[in-house]
Ligand binder design. Structure first.
Ligand code: KIV
Length: 303
């Protein structure tokens, strides 16, 4: 598929909002510059999800993720991308205490990463905070249904709304975060008919992950859909076999190092010999440019 955004500038929060009922919103998580640059050509927004704690850093849940880790990865994704809106997750413990604490930490994330919006988990309990942030210039994406930061109160990563007696509560959460000013809401692991019903009821876009094809957009954790994560939830479709490709490449590398097949002459530098003009010239083929000399200085791109 070709690049979807010919404007060459970042998609804005109002533009994401305006896609509701017009076209599906495409998004993925991203944690580092190279993958952000690839995904940037195809997605509307990139989420620097706190799932990076589990995917990149080996934590058992997202609960231990510190704010500065989100800053580090947020900067990398903003630098690596050009046109996608970059949304950064507020990690557990950085926004629940009060709207003022949430503002301080959200402002820190935005100033340090140049991201365009933040995401936080929770329905009605976060309404006052969402309103406080939005009124002060911080666009907020909400996240309801299965909220991984609450794994200890939920008792595991369980799909939500699978019995109808839970529907009113979840639907009310969606309505309240919209009323509070969220520009979009992630619906995670919500029973399909409920997600479809919420999508119809709201004026803001719903972004489904394990929810419904009727959501206004979809998001997946990039490593899950690439086939890199060792275990994935039921709702993940693997669009690639990147784990197998990495395995094969590293296995080949190890074999070639052990058999001294790698490095070959084209990967090595020959001795330079002095020429008649007093300078030097290479004795053999021109040496390949090193990665260091070829690498371009990374540009820092705002949102
Ligand atoms: O942290 C994350 O990656 C997320 C997505 C799964 C929506 O919140």
């Amino acid at each position: 598929m070709s690049a979807h955004n010919p404007t060459k500038r970042r998609i804005s929060v109002p533009e994401i909002r305006a896609k509701k009922k017009v076209e599906p919103i495409v998004s993925l998580t991203a944690y580092h510059a190279h993958t952000a640059a690839i995904a940037d050509q195809y997605v509307d927004f990139l989420l620097v999800g706190d799932s990076l704690g589990m995917v990149m850093h080996g934590f058992e849940s997202t609960v231990p993720v510190p704010l500065e880790l989100m800053v580090t990865h947020g900067r990398a994704v903003v630098r690596g991308s050009k046109t996608a809106l970059v949304v950064v997750d507020m990690p557990f413990g950085t926004y629940e205490e009060s709207p003022q604490v949430a503002f301080r930490n959200a402002a820190h994330l935005m100033k340090e990463t140049s991201c365009g919006a933040v995401k936080l988990e929770g329905g009605r309990r976060m309404a006052e905070t969402i309103r406080y942030l939005v009124d002060r210039g911080i666009p907020v994406m909400a996240h309801i249904g299965l909220t991984p930061q609450s794994v200890h109160t939920l008792g595991g990563y369980k799909a939500q709304g699978r019995s109808k007696d839970q529907w009113d509560d979840i639907e009310e959460d969606a309505r309240i975060v919209e009323e509070a000013g969220a520009f979009a809401v992630v619906l995670e692991a919500i029973a399909e008919p409920l997600a479809a019903r919420i999508t119809k009821a709201l004026a803001i876009p719903t972004i489904g992950i394990g929810a419904s094809a009727e959501c206004d957009g979809q998001i997946l954790v990039m490593e899950d859909m690439l086939g890199l994560s060792p275990r994935v939830p039921k709702f993940v479709k693997k669009f690639g076999k990147v784990g197998d490709a990495i395995n094969a490449a590293i296995s080949d590398y190890a074999d070639e190092v052990r058999s001294r097949k790698f490095p070959a002459p084209e990967h090595t530098y020959s001795l330079k010999v002095a020429n008649s003009g007093g300078g030097t010239k290479p004795s053999g083929a021109a040496p390949a440019k090193s990665r260091t000399t070829r690498r371009k200085k990374p540009k820092i791109v705002g949102c």
